[in-house]
Every structure is written in C-alpha cells, then in structure tokens.
Design a protein around this ligand. Sequence first.
Ligand code: 5GP
Ligand code: ZN
Length: 117
Amino acid sequence: MSEHCLFCKIAKGEIPSQKAYEDEDIFVFHDIDPAAPVHLLLIPKRHIVSMQDIGANDAAWLGRMMTLIPGLALDNGCRPGPEGGFRLLANSGIDGGQEVAHLHFHIIGGPRPWHKR
Ligand code: 5GP
Ligand code: ZN
C-alpha cells in the first residue's frame, strides 16, 4: 500500500468504484471515464508502479490475472468470437503514457464503432 495512491485506495474500498471482480491478489473495476462501451481496469492489490517493476516473483498472480481476462471481458459486455473481442493495454511510465502510477491493465471493448483513444 502506498499511502497516497489512488488505486491502492480503490483496491481497499477507501475510494468507491464499480467493482467487477476481486480476489486475494487482484481487483477489477470499471474505468471512471470509459473509452468504449466496456472499459475495465485490472490491478494488483499490492502497490506496483508499472510493468517496468515486474519481476520473476510476480509470475503467479500476473499469469492468473491474464487467464481471468477473457471471462471478465465477456461478463462485462464484450462480444465473443472473431467479430467481438477487446483491446488489452498497459501504459507504463511517462513515455508509455501512464497517468496513474499503480500498475493497471485496461480491457477496452464492446460493439464498435468507438474510437475515443
Ligand atoms: P492510464 O492513463 O494511467 O493508463 O489510465 C488511468 C485510467 O484510470 C484512466 O483511464 C482513467 O479514466 C482512470 N481513472 C482515473 N481516476 C479514476 C478513479 O478515481 N476511478 C476510476 N474508476 N478510474 C479512474
Ligand atoms: Zn498503489
């Protein structure tokens, strides 16, 4: 937990969010400013700044998070099959366009057209 981190506070329920999933390591919630009909954010509960800080010890929870993605996408409005799908995105660092300094993956999808970002 980083004391002043927005996403740490969201993971702890100290700041409200629209939760989509939670387990001991992972918290998933809807983006406050969705770029598409479906826009989820997946975060580790532990404070990790970005993908630049990932190491071998993170393989287990990170791998498990990846396996949750297809189900989360479908359960929250992404369409199945080749006409459906979603974009998976992790902005990392200033050059990567990251605005919130707590590692997060975006799931962005839902029926097109949408092209805000
Ligand atoms: P980044 O640019 O860091 O990859 O993405 C940060 C994302 O967090 C943005 O899409 C932004 O809309 C979202 N966001 C920022 N503040 C909040 C908040 O307080 N609640 C929620 N649910 N999303 C937020
Ligand atoms: Zn944090």
